[in-house]
Write a protein that binds this ligand. Structure first.
Ligand SMILES: [Fe+2]
Length: 144
């Protein structure tokens, strides 16, 4: 796809971020289930709920632009999810606390990928595209 203007770039980024959220949602839930510490586990499940809410927000933004949020596959998040599963879930640990620390490091990597979702939208505005948006594309929700 040739990106012709800022709107094309914005749409491409929305789809990429939606894909990133979708992939990280399952992985965050898996990390939450794998965590031994109850507070960590609950925080990760809350984080998954925040991701889900963010996906709903991204869907509504995409709907206003008449684009399919599923139009892209984020290879960056795919790599991070693969890493998270390999290092925090499939790996062997001598004790639960060590696994929990690795779970935190892997979750932070995934969350940092999606930090751009917290930036205010300067391009998108439903009634006047290109004049500066008033909404924030906050989508990553709860953080540890
Ligand atoms: Fe991406």
């Amino acid at each position: 796809m040739t990106l012709k203007n800022l709107h094309d770039v914005y749409h491409d980024q929305l789809q990429d971020l939606y894909s990133a959220c979708k992939q990280s949602l399952d992985a965050t839930t898996e990390l939450g289930r794998a965590a031994a510490d109850r507070e960590l586990s609950e925080a990760l499940i809350a984080g998954a709920n925040g991701i889900s809410e963010g996906m709903d927000h991204l869907k509504s933004i995409c709907a206003r632009h008449d684009i399919d949020p599923e139009g892209e596959h984020c290879k960056g998040m795919a790599g991070l999810v693969t890493e998270a599963r390999a290092h925090a879930i499939k790996a062997d640990f001598a004790d639960d606390a060590t696994r929990d620390v690795v779970i935190i490091t892997q979750y932070q990597r995934m969350v940092h990928y999606a930090l751009v979702l917290r930036l205010p939208c300067r391009i998108c505005q439903p009634s006047e595209p290109g004049r500066g948006g008033r909404h924030s594309a906050k989508a990553s929700g709860q953080h540890l």
